[in-house]
Design a protein around this ligand. Structure first.
Ligand code: LIP
Length: 315
């Protein structure tokens, strides 16, 4: 595919994200003005929320995509949730989350984004993430760098700040939607180790600067691309949450690895792996891998199967 075609798809995705973002913003504004009628719908899992707006925005994006590129493939959160079979092939494929941060959307917490990723030959090639509540647009195409609002090159720090030790890091992570005791205990134990002082019983404790959660995997990845958080680790989110953000992180000079406790794995994460560990840009890859290895020392082994496990996931 030529650079010209990639540029065409990037501009198409940017416009699509802005138009979808306008629908999300209007829904929030009308609810805040007391005139909205967004009915909150629940999936089987009461902590994995979906609203009428998620569905409407996905339909809007899908219709525009198929009208413009009828032969392209589509993977979307709500399409998947409706039980439609999705296959990942070498074909040009759009991977979309209509609202990443649905819980935030419901509460009016302003970390809400539409996330549009594009893969070619299974390689994440374009990523656009738009937060219409803060009017922040993140975009990247493979080999062309990552940008905020089309003009500000990421990361924001130039050159990137030194990345020396996990104790100096700000770490983003999420509770996720699997609230089974095993998973929550494992995540809290990891957060405990991210925050507490090292001692003989907790040799991997990092006493890091702190932790942050935005409630949106896509925006966590964009914060890594900006360089305003150093590390993001999450188990349990899905390809539509990360497909766009992974391109944005990579193009900012960051890494996205599989977020499991295998210390030796340094390959870029498979977008379908459901476990992600992102490290911001640094002056050299060695320091990024050093931070990844420190994180892997304290990350628990949590399963994130693609099919739901009755009673929750196994830790
Ligand atoms: C959300 C993810 C977030 C995760 C939430 C949820 P949604 O996506 O972006 O990282 O922790 O549980 O999955 O459901 O708002 O599109």
């Amino acid at each position: 595919m030529s650079q010209q075609e990639i540029e065409e798809y990037l501009q198409f995705a940017i416009q699509l994200a802005q138009d979808a973002g306008a629908i999300i913003k209007a829904a929030v504004d009308s609810r805040m003005a007391g005139s909205g009628s967004n009915i909150e719908l629940k999936k089987e899992n009461p902590t994995d929320l979906v609203t009428e707006t998620d569905k409407a925005v996905e339909e809007f994006i899908k219709a525009r995509l198929f009208k413009t590129y009828p032969s392209h493939k589509f993977i979307g959160e709500e399409t998947f949730a409706s039980g439609e079979k999705t296959e990942f092939t070498q074909e040009p494929t759009w991977i979309v989350d209509p609202i990443d941060g649905t819980t935030n959307f419901i509460h009016g917490y302003p970390f809400v984004a539409v996330s549009i990723g594009f893969t070619l030959n299974k390689i994440p090639t374009i990523g656009v993430v738009f937060n219409p509540l803060l009017n922040e647009l993140y975009s990247a195409a493979k080999g062309q760098g990552a940008y905020l609002n089309n003009t500000i090159k990421l990361p924001l720090f130039n050159p990137p700040q030194p990345l020396t030790d996990l104790s100096h890091c700000l770490i983003a992570t999420e509770a996720g939607s699997d609230r089974s005791k095993l998973v929550i205990d494992a995540k809290i134990a990891a957060i405990h180790d991210m925050l507490r002082k090292k001692d003989e019983h907790h040799p991997f404790a990092a006493e890091s600067h702190s932790i942050r959660t935005t409630g949106s995997a896509a925006l966590n990845l964009c914060n890594v691309a900006k360089g305003v958080v150093d590390v993001y680790w999450e188990v349990g989110c899905w390809e539509w949450d990360v497909a766009a953000g992974m391109v944005i992180v990579a193009e900012s000079g960051g890494l996205v690895l599989e977020g499991h406790s295998d210390k030796t794995e340094t390959d870029t994460a498979n977008i379908f792996c459901r476990k992600y560990l992102a490290i911001r840009a640094a002056l050299d890859r060695e320091s990024q891998l050093h931070i990844a290895s420190q994180m892997k020392d304290l990350i628990p082994a949590i399963d994130a199967p693609r099919a739901p496990v009755p009673g929750g996931y196994k830790a």
